[in-house]
Design a protein around this ligand. Structure first.
Ligand code: SAM
Ligand code: SF4
Length: 440
């Protein structure tokens, strides 16, 4: 019997990718995706607890779907970081919840669903799997209707930045073997994928603990020749582990797109030390200079936190100075939110909410201008665009991305999807570019 599954996803690319894996897994158990929760037999909320906002959304989402349970008898589950962190407590708190799935338990979802269907029992699975079996790819059986795909190369983190919950909810760093990764990328290429984005909390730490020790840049070198794959990206890199070899890869590997997401978190050495980041503002800027020198067209993006405990006005100014010096193409900026169980949650010298908000607004205002200016620099230039599908705003248009990861909308047919086409940029906006295809 065919059934329907609805998944609501919060948080980062890791979670988005986990959701894709869950859909592929469930296809094998005759659960097909629905975009309408009202007709779902299984509703799963894939959660994130890295910051406060997405964490709170989980509880309101659960409240929203209570009636689907009452009316249709749908199975309701919670997966991801909140599930890992709260475990059984979630079942106690939410009487209509059937399933709690930790970050390492995704492959068990089909068998746990079956158990619930047969026995009506409520289940909670949050143990960490030491063998890394949870990282095994779920390979799609049919050609995919998308041109790009994530590929997890490692999970977890050993860095223990003092503000971050990830090592507690995703476990220690674990890399997948290069053979497994290559097999997955080959398979995706056969299914029509043209671009892969290699995922990990700290991809430049790839390879630790593997039987065949291998660095991240070596892994890139092995993926590069795979036929059918036209573009390679990766995220996220930790500035401390960004090696010269990886920087050099931008000149050696043609398919490697000129974009680096390199979170700096703060421009103040005092704050960086309290965050336990392992680099200084100066050493971060040196790596940025190397990147710009080796690859002048590189687009740079980063994450930053404002209002970390002890951050004074002069520390915040150091952050603004760093922004000024680097000129990021885009920035993901957050107010510090204390996470239970992390070291920083115990730190005194908390920054007032009002001050955090003010600093965030100042920073975002500055970045908005830089982003627009960086986009405007592309006006008149011809960029290679990988066409991904129809444009969100206008159905007669198509949309794709430049190598620097900027969205471009332009008039064109859907048969361009999956192709690399030259597009002249005619107008830049804050979040996208408008272009016209260069026909010859
Ligand atoms: N591994 C990446 C790194 O080291 O840069 C970051 C991964 S983390 C899941 C994504 C981003 O969330 C971080 O770069 C940081 O800016 C933000 N973040 C993490 N914990 C936070 C907290 N407690 N408060 C505010 N932002 C936080
Ligand atoms: Fe969190 Fe730091 Fe690990 Fe990134 S490197 S996931 S911020 S602990």
């Amino acid at each position: 019997m065919e059934r329907r599954v609805y998944i609501e996803t919060y948080g980062c690319q890791m979670n988005e990718h986990d959701t894709e894996r869950i859909f592929h897994l469930l296809e094998g158990s005759n659960y097909l995706e629905t975009k309408d929760a009202k007709e779902a037999d299984f509703i799963l909320i894939n959660t994130c607890s890295v910051r406060e906002k997405p964490e709170h959304k989980v509880y309101s989402a659960l409240g929203r779907y209570k009636w689907v349970k009452e009316k249709r008898g749908a199975i309701i589950g919670v997966a991801g970081c909140v599930a890992q962190q709260e475990g059984d407590k979630l079942l106690d708190r939410i009487p209509y919840l059937d399933m709690v799935i930790g970050t390492h338990a995704i492959p068990m979802i089909p068998q746990l669903l079956q158990k619930i269907e047969v026995s009506g029992e409520r289940v909670c699975e949050t143990s960490f799997d030491q063998d890394g079996k949870y990282l095994k790819a779920v390979l799609p059986e049919r050609p995919l209707d998308k041109v790009k795909s994530y590929v997890t190369i490692m999970q977890g983190c050993d860095h223990f930045c003092s503000f971050c919950i990830v090592p507690y909810v995703r476990g220690r760093e674990k890399s997948r073997s290069n053979e497994e990764i290559i097999e997955e990328v080959r398979h995706l290429a056969e299914m029509g994928v043209k671009e892969v984005c290699l995922l990990g909390q700290n991809v430049n730490g790839y390879g630790k603990g593997l039987e065949e020790e291998m660095s991240f840049s070596e892994l890139l070198g092995r993926i590069h020749p795979i036929e059918g794959i036209e573009r390679i990206r990766f995220t996220t890199s930790h500035p401390k582990d960004l090696s010269e070899k990886l920087i050099q890869s931008f000149t050696k590997l043609e398919k490697l797109c000129e974009h680096m997401h390199l979170p700096f978190q703060s421009g103040s050495d005092k704050v960086l030390k309290a965050m336990h980041r392992g680099y200084t503002k100066e050493s971060y800027l040196e790596k940025i200079d190397r990147l710009k020198k080796i690859c002048p067209s590189i687009a740079l993006t980063a994450d930053v936190i404002v209002g970390f405990p002890g951050e004074e006005e002069k520390d915040f100014e150091e952050t603004l100075d760093l922004l000024q010096k680097v000129q990021f193409d885009d920035l993901f900026s957050f107010k510090y939110s204390p996470r239970k169980g992390t070291r920083a949650a115990q730190f005194e010298d908390k920054v007032e909410e009002k001050v955090k908000q003010e600093r965030l607004s100042i920073l975002q205002e500055i970045q908005k201008e830089t982003t627009l200016r960086k986009n405007q620099e592309l006006e008149g230039r011809v960029e290679e665009v990988l066409v991904e599908g129809s444009s969100k705003q206008r159905s007669q248009e198509v949309s794709g991305r430049t190598r620097s990861n900027k969205i471009v909308n332009f008039e064109g047919d859907l048969d361009l999807v999956g192709k690399l086409v030259p597009v002249r940029i005619v107008k830049a906006y804050a979040h996208s570019l408008r272009g016209e295809i260069v026909s010859d």
